[in-house]
Design a protein around this ligand. Structure first.
Ligand code: TXE
Length: 452
């Protein structure tokens, strides 16, 4: 195996050296998962639930260590890292509860009884990104295990540490060896092999639309089930009748949170023309107050970008003239300032492309129809927000916007118990909530003749 250096993006220092797996190690992990599948899928529901609950409790006990590691490796503010670890523990408790609540149906038919059984798939391959390393791995893993599948998890090369910690915690909590197999290695080698592997039944992928397209093609060879959660260019639509103070106060968190490296980032802020100048003034003031700095400091709201490459990519989008860019201290690390742009045209590339950095484009619109047109004018469709005090309009907008997770008078996108996923090129399939149980099972229909 070759080696992999893991960096702290806030200091550019190496914080871990790991072996990097290749195809051989990946194949061995799939073989272990496959060998374990029959036994794991037959574990009694109450025992499987107990194990998932034990993993949730182990995460609660190890929460601070996990949060500190995520903070250092992903450059994530410690308070956000703690919130994400709390969500991860909740996920395991939630899916522990789901084990004995999701079942099939009996269907009235002639001459007997028809029943359906949601059956586990077998080996599930999970490929995860670096922006929410532990949270995304966990919301794919917990339902896969709850349904009786075994798992090979390939975390992003930049942020493998918490996935390895999770594997250890799960083993210590009693998960049998081979049920969860974490493989750290390059995506284009081990990720690709996982997507192609004949013994893998399903791929759960979160990452870029380009790689997602390749994963879907690789999975086609063996007709794998695929769930894709890809990019986004979500709209934050603010009507003039909204509580502008609140909408503006929450707007920085919605685009500069996680340094903008969030598939749900509200990177296009669309404001009804009469409120445009006032909103912009409030948004700039709220951005001035947004705390950028050492991710380990309790008060920090935004840390660095994940890598030098990501910083270069983000910088390539930002023109010389900006509406506002928050000054940053000069220090090592992959820093990029929270930046506000007011592009003249909706066809500008900063309005169209997923930048995946702390860059907001603010644009005016004239009426409800114009807001819908502008918001939907993107190949993506993941998330979004609508701010208005007019309830009927809020619901009209909610139905008209092409996205998988919309918030009204809020910028949140994600809850353990609610389905999450994209429209259009943001992907397909749903994660979280009970919807994730469907993705991880196959429906079998059994007819039992009662004809004497
Ligand atoms: O993503 P990749 P990157 C978007 C965002 C970002 C861009 C690039 O716009 O700037 O993608 O990020 C694995 N076969 N998002 O390059 O490459 C890889 O090892 C199989 C949005 O990091 O898609 C990692 O584990 N797997 C997004 C995972 O895919 C492959 C989150 C994602 O990495 C592979 C991250 C291959 N050929 C980036 N090549 C979101 N939806 O939140 C790479 N991988």
């Amino acid at each position: 195996m070759s080696g992999l250096s893991v960096l702290d993006p806030a200091t550019e220092e190496v914080i871990a050296e790991l072996p990097s797996a290749g195809v051989e190690e990946l194949d061995a992990a799939v073989a272990r998962a496959r060998a374990r599948f029959p036994a794991w899928s037959q574990v009694a529901p109450s025992d499987r639930a107990r194990l998932l609950r034990a993993i949730g409790t182990a995460i609660e006990i190890g929460a601070e260590e996990l949060a500190q590691s995520e903070c250092r490796n992903a450059g994530k503010p410690i308070r956000d890292a703690r919130d994400e670890v709390a969500l991860v523990a909740e996920l395991f408790h939630y899916y522990a509860g789901a084990v004995d609540k999701v079942g099939g149906r009996t269907i009235p038919v002639d001459g007997g009884v028809a029943m359906t059984f949601p059956e586990p798939l077998g080996v599930v391959g999970l490929i995860t990104p670096w922006n929410f390393p532990l949270a995304i791995a966990s919301w794919k893993l917990a339902p896969a295990l709850a349904c009786g599948n075994t798992v090979v998890l390939k975390p992003a090369e930049l942020t493998p540490l918490t996935a390895l910690m999770l594997e250890r915690l799960a083993l210590e909590a009693g998960l049998p060896e081979g049920v969860l197999n974490v493989v750290v290695g390059p995506g284009r080698v081990v990720g690709q092999r996982l997507a192609e592997h004949p013994d893998v039944a399903r791929i759960g992928f979160t990452g870029s639309t380009v790689v997602g397209r390749g994963v879907m093609a690789a999975a086609a060879g063996t007709i794998k089930r695929v769930t894709l959660e890809l990019g986004g260019k979500s709209a934050n639509v603010v009507f003039a009748d909204a509580d502008l103070e609140q909408a503006a106060a929450q707007a920085p968190g919605a685009i500069f949170g996680n340094a903008g490296q969030d598939c749900c980032a509200r990177s296009r802020i669309l404001v009804e023309r009469p409120a445009f100048e006032r909103f912009l003034e409030l948004f700039v003031a709220a951005t001035e107050a947004y705390v950028v700095g050492d991710p380990c400091d309790e008060g920090t709201q935004m840390g660095p970008l994940i890598s030098a490459g990501q910083r270069e990519r983000v910088a390539s989008y930002v023109p010389e003239q900006v509406t506002y860019a928050k000054p940053l201290p000069d220090r090592p690390g992959f820093w990029f300032p929270p930046t506000i742009l007011t592009p003249a045209s909706a066809t500008d590339r900063v309005v169209r492309d997923e930048i995946f950095g702390p860059v907001a484009a603010v644009l005016p619109f004239d009426d409800e129809e114009g807001a819908v047109r502008l918001a939907n004018d993107t190949p993506y469709g993941l998330s979004g927000s609508v701010w208005t005090k007019d309830g009927a309009r809020a619901l009209r907008m909610a139905r008209a916007l092409e996205c998988g997770a919309l918030s009204i008078n809020s910028n949140t996108s994600l809850r353990v118990s609610t389905p999450f996923g994209g429209f259009k090129q943001s992907g397909f399939g749903r994660e979280l909530g009970l919807a994730a149980m469907k993705e991880n099972t196959e429906l079998k229909t059994v007819f039992y003749s009662t004809t004497p």
